[in-house]
Design a protein around this ligand. Sequence first.
Ligand code: ADP
Ligand code: MG
Length: 244
Amino acid sequence: MTDVKVHVEKVNKSYGSNHVLRDISLDIKNGEVVVMIGPSGSGKSTFLRMLNQLETPDSGTIVVDGFDISNSETDINKVRENIGMVFQNFNLFNNYSVLENIMLAPVELGKLNKTEAEKLGRELLDTVGLADKADANVKSLSGGQKQRVAIARSLAMQPDILLFDEPTSALDPEMVGDVLDVMKDLAKQGITMIVVTHEMGFAKQVADRVVFFESGKIQESGAPDQIFSAPKNDRLREFLGKVM
Ligand code: ADP
Ligand code: MG
C-alpha cells in the first residue's frame, strides 16, 4: 500500500463551454486533513464529487485508494464503500429514525448484520453527542443535530476517506460549533478528510494543508500558517480580505 490516498493528475472538466476544472493536480496522503477554500463557483464541489465519481472528468487521472476511478472499468461501488460524503443539506431519510438512518447502508450492502449495525450505530451516536436521539424521528431534529447524524451515518460504513461539502453552511450559527467539534475529533483519529468550508477558523486549527481554488484552478496550497499569514497569490489575498 502506498501512502498516497488520493492522486489527482491534470484533471479537466467542462459543462458546455464552462471550463470549471483546469488541469487540477493534487495528491492527498493517508490521514491528511485537506481544507479547500475559494469563492463560490470556483469548482470545489465539482472536484469533490469527482472523487467518488458523482462526476467524471473529461481528461486526467483520478486514483483513490489505489483504484483508478477515471477508468470506466473500475468497480466504483467498491471504492465508494470506503468514501463517506457529508453534504450541506444532510440528505437523511426523513421518514426513518435516527438509528435506522445510520444502520441502513451497512446492512443493505451486507457489510454488517442488523445487530452489529445497531451496536455500531449507537456507539457512533454517542461519539457525535446524540446517544439519546437514537429512536427519534429525523424530522424532529435541529439542523446541527441532523448534520451530526449525517456524519455518524457516513462513519457507519467505516470509510477511510471522508468528504465534506460545506457541512455547516446551511446551519444556524449557534449549531456550527457542535458540528465542527465532531469534525475536529475525527481529524485527530487519523481518517483522511477533504473538507470544503468557509470556516477559516476550522481550516487554521485543523487542516494539515489548505488548498485555494479560484476559477477552476488550484491557485495556491500550503500549510494553514503560510496560507493565512503569508499568502502569495493575489487572488488568495483578495479572497482572504473578504472572508476574514
Ligand atoms: P463551488 O463548489 O466552488 O461553488 P461548483 O463546483 O459547484 O463550485 O461549480 C463550478 C462551476 O460549474 C459553476 O459555474 C457552476 O455553475 C458549474 N456547474 C456545477 N455543476 C454543474 C452541472 N451539473 N451542470 C452545469 N454546470 C454546473
Ligand atoms: Mg460548492
